[in-house]
Write a protein that binds this ligand. Structure first.
Ligand SMILES: Nc1ncnc2c1ncn2[C@@H]1O[C@H](COP(=O)(O)OP(=O)(O)OP(=O)(O)O)[C@@H](O)[C@H]1O
Ligand SMILES: [Mg+2]
Length: 256
């Protein structure tokens, strides 16, 4: 059982620099900014984002479309470089790592479920799930993959290619693949967004099961308020900033 006070007491945007000092934090962001070029000129997508996330906690990132949730997830997952600020993930300073080193950390410690599924089209469902395990040199890759696929209810679809699966089935394969190596942190962008209510519940249970049993830190971007409410902490983004940070049910965590 994880005590509620495992959540860092960081509540206001523009938090002080102490974020990097938080003990056992698996995510520590300090004054992170992201500026990208567009035809209309530079766009400031993230503006001075600072927070830390303690290990083995569950966090929902919410906010309107375009507020920067996916961009923030990409930076925390080491798939996008911050333009400014400090990004420390599982004790690693991401700005100091090469692309190869980042890929190693991702393969070892990080699971990612994207808004779009990113399955390899020429591989079967089973091969897709086994891929990260094979890359990690696991001799039991296919056995573990088969168990993970069964857990998301897709044992009967293991030999199907992504194009032969429905959207919800592809989402579940992507989830099984992200969960297979039992990562320290699982980042999921709208993990239930494409699913019907029953499958969504099943996927939610899987996520929280892994969180409870393996101590995986869950960081979920979601528009689903019932999913957000199950997390220990809700971070709300608006226009590239953190505007609220609190527990579900608290005045800060509640929906306006
Ligand atoms: N490569 C890019 N170049 C310029 N602007 C971008 C780029 N990628 C994203 N943006 C802009 O950054 C802002 C934040 O995008 P992001 O995808 O992070 O939003 P989001 O909160 O995940 O939204 P949604 O809920 O719709 O998925 C948006 O206004 C988007 O148009
Ligand atoms: Mg998004």
């Amino acid at each position: 059982m994880i005590p509620f006070n495992a959540t860092p007491a960081l509540r206001v945007p523009g938090a002080p620099a102490s974020a990097l000092g938080a003990a056992a934090a698996v995510v520590a962001l300090e004054d992170v900014g992201l500026t990208l070029a567009s035809r209309a000129g530079a766009v400031e997508i993230l503006k001075s984002v600072s927070f830390s996330i303690a290990g083995a906690t569950s966090v929902a990132i919410v906010g309107p479309s375009g507020s920067g949730k996916t961009s923030l997830l990409m930076i925390m997952a080491g798939l996008e470089r911050a333009s400014r600020g400090k990004v420390h993930i599982v004790g690693q300073d991401f700005s100091a790592l090469s692309e190869d080193q980042l890929a190693l950390v991702r393969g070892r410690d990080i699971g990612i479920v994207f808004q779009s599924f990113h399955l390899v089209p020429t591989m079967t469902a089973l091969e897709n799930v086994a891929l990260p395990l094979e890359l990690a040199g696991r001799p039991d890759a296919f056995n573990v993959a088969a168990v993970r696929l069964a857990e998301v209810g897709l044992a009967a679809r293991s030999q199907h290619f992504p194009a032969q699966l429905s959207g919800g089935e592809q989402q579940r394969v992507a989830l099984a693949r992200a969960l297979a190596p039992k990562p320290k942190i699982l980042f999921a962008d709208e993990p239930t967004g494409n699913l019907d209510a029953a499958t969504g519940t099943q996927v939610t249970e899987l996520l929280f099961d892994l969180h409870r049993k393996s101590g995986t830190t869950l960081i979920l971007v979601t528009h689903d308020l019932s999913l957000a409410a199950r997390c220990q902490r809700i971070i709300r983004m608006s226009d590239g900033r953190v505007v609220e940070d609190g527990r579900p049910g608290s005045p800060l965590g509640s929906e306006h």
